[in-house]
Every structure is written in C-alpha cells, then in structure tokens.
Design a protein around this ligand. Structure first.
Ligand code: TXA
Ligand code: MG
Length: 349
C-alpha cells in the first residue's frame, strides 16, 4: 500500500511507482487511481496476469476488460481500422473518461481481455499516477474498476482495501479520484458511434465533436441484451435495498416516517439543498443540484457509507437525466435494481 502525491514531478522515477510497475511486469495485479474510479491493473498481454484480475474481483470471465494506455499512439498497437470519427474523438477527449470500442488487432493483448470478441475497449486515463505507472511498466494495462464484483466502484484507496485487501499485490493511493463515475464506453466500430455505458464524457459533449451519437437501446428499454456485457449485471449496489423517489420533500419525509414506525433504520440520499429537510437515521448528501458533477464525484462514497451506517432501507432523490445526470441515473437505477416510487403515479412511464 503506497501513498503517492499526484502533484509530484517525475512520478515515474518514484520508488513506489517503480515497485508497482515491477509487480505488473511480474504479472501481479496492482490497484491504481484514475480520474474516474480506481482500477485493478494487470499486464494486458499475459493470460496469467489477466486471470488474476477476474479471480481477485470475483468477476464473470465473459465480461471484457478495458485496456489502458499512456500515449495516444499506443492505440494503433492494440486496435486497427480506426475511423476518422474515432480519431477525432481521441484527439479531443484523451487523456480522459472516454473508452472506445474498436476493431481488435490480432495477438496484441491476451484473449482473456476480450473473451470471444473481435473488438477491444481502449482508454487513456487522465491521471498522473495512472499514466506514470503505465509508462514505467511499459505495458498496456487491462483494468476493471477495483471493487469486488457487485459493489460500488472505488473512488478512494480505502474502498479498494475494504474490498480487495489480501487479494492484490499492491494499492497505489492517490487520494480521491475526481469524476467519480466510470468512463463513457462508446462503440466506434460502426459509422454512428453508440454509447454502451454513459459516463464521464456526456452525450452532448460527444455530439459537439462528431455529430450524431446513439445510445444502446438496451439502456433505455427492458428486455434487450446490452452490447457491453458488464451492463447486464446488477451493479454498484449497497447492501440495503435502495428506492429512487420521485416526488416532493414532504412525500419523501412521509415515506421515511412510515418505515421508521415499522421499526426500520432508514437512510436518505440527498443533496446539499435538501438535506436539512429530512429526519432519518442517516441523511447523506452527495453534492449540489447547482452542479451535478459534484453528485457524480461523491455518489459511490455515499452508497458505501450507507453500508457503514447500517441502515435497512435507502431512499434516494432522483436527478435530471441530462449531461452527467444520464450517467448518475444509470448507476442509481442499477443500484436500485430499477425500483422507483412515484408520488404521482401518472408520471410512471
Ligand atoms: O472508468 C473506467 O472505465 C474504469 C477505470 C478503472 O478505467 N474501468 C471500468 O472497467 O469501469 P470495468 O471493467 O468495470 O467496465 C468495463 C465496461 C464493462 O461494462 C464491459 O462490458 C465493457 O466496458 N466492455 C469492455 N470491453 C468491451 C468490448 N470489447 N465490447 C463491448 N463492451 C466492452
Ligand atoms: Mg466495474
């Protein structure tokens, strides 16, 4: 467990980075911070190393991994037939929270990174520690989020050690991640790019650069198989059942009071603006409605806190599904297993 200040210069030469990089070269798994969430990295070229990722996380091995690189040119070592659209997205958003699904180059990474697929997901993270580590290891790193499968993704090194302590060779601690939700996964293998997972780069931002962008229909309708296999799992869930509540503050407080009368401990996920309005066993604000990026940044930490506070049920406010709100609502809906409560049933659509 190494703490490294991301402001330092020449990070690649720090002993902690060197040691972590050496472990990666020996096909061990190491957790490291990115600007989105902590990742669990391993040598993407090694079957043995990639196997260790699936083992440490308890992740289904049919779910492909993202390959992380530190230089834009590296994308051509891993993918081929990269379209002009994809090139312009790369130029605008890398390094950053955008993952592109591209045609895979044969034998560039282990088959276990892309089980049964002819595509590969690639991203260049915007975090000095991540970039220094990838450069020092001199390897493309396969890295899923560094949580136990099914838990919220880690946004602090402490979350990683809560989940994976003893199951990984090391954890690089660079403090809080920033964006707080995972990267946007964008399929660029067809003419019109398709969002497979909403994330740190919004649909609106993408459309400014490349015109029309579609959203995987499975994200909008039930009963469709998502194109990103990871999206089919119930994810990001705290232990207590979570409900997303659409209604007034009074309606929410009435729900809380009713559950408390029944003897349950109740948690509320809210915002700075509304937190004073509730009386419950745990009232946790994840940010301000004035800037939903703050909500994204703190959402997973808030979900983990409810576990620590030992509540039996959680009610969450809902958020507008625009901009980063799209990714926030996608993660909240998964955490809630799509359980909504509407004050006005008419709004239930
Ligand atoms: O922000 C992030 O993307 C973080 C940090 C660590 O970089 N990583 C992350 O990885 O969230 P993971 O493994 O938790 O999620 C990867 C998602 C999954 O939903 C997976 O199914 C999808 O990307 N994916 C990966 N490769 C794919 C491919 N070739 N085709 C379609 N979907 C793919
Ligand atoms: Mg994940």
């Amino acid at each position: 467990y190494w703490v490294v200040d991301k402001q330092l210069e020449q990070l690649e030469d720090y002993p902690q980075i060197k040691e972590a990089a050496k472990l990666l070269q020996e096909n061990e798994v190491v957790a490291f911070p990115t600007e989105t969430v902590y990742g669990l990295g391993a040598n993407a070229k090694s079957d043995e190393a990639v196997d260790k990722i699936y083992q440490a996380k308890g992740r289904p091995s049919d779910n492909p991994l993202i390959v992380h690189i530190a230089k834009i040119e590296q994308v051509d070592e891993i993918a081929e037939d990269i379209s002009e659209t994809a090139r312009s997205l790369i130029a605008h958003f890398w390094p950053g929270p955008l993952t592109l699904v591209l045609k895979k180059k044969a034998n560039a990474v282990s088959e276990k990174v892309t089980p049964g697929r002819n595509t590969v997901a690639v991203r260049m993270p915007d975090h000095p520690l991540a970039l220094a580590l990838i450069r020092r290891a001199n390897l493309p790193l396969a890295a899923p989020s560094a949580n136990l499968s099914g838990k919220p993704s880690p946004t602090l090194a402490g979350h990683v050690s809560d989940d994976l302590s003893g199951r990984v060779a090391g954890i690089l601690d660079g403090g809080a991640t920033g964006v707080g939700l995972e990267s946007t996964v964008l399929d660029c293998t067809d003419e019109i790019p398709i969002i497979l997972r909403p994330g740190g780069v919004t649909k609106e931002q993408l459309e400014e650069i490349c015109g029309k962008v579609e959203i995987d229909r499975a994200l909008l309708e039930e009963g469709q198989a998502p194109k990103a296999p990871g999206m089919k799992y119930k994810h990001y869930a705290p232990t207590a059942p979570l409900y997303i509540v659409n209604g007034t503050l009074r309606f929410m407080q009435a729900l809380i009071a009713k559950k408390q009368q029944e003897g349950y401990r109740v948690g509320v996920l809210t915002t700075n603006e509304n937190e004073v309005s509730y009386v419950a066993d745990a009232v946790i604000s994840c940010g301000t409605l004035q800037d939903l990026r703050t909500v994204a940044s703190n959402l997973y930490e808030a979900l983990r806190l409810f576990d620590k506070r030992g509540v039996d049920v959680i009610y969450s406010e809902d958020f507008p599904s625009v901009g980063i709100g799209q990714a926030i609502m996608n993660r909240l809906e998964k955490a809630a297993a799509h359980k909504f409560i509407y004050e006005n049933e008419g709004q239930n659509e």
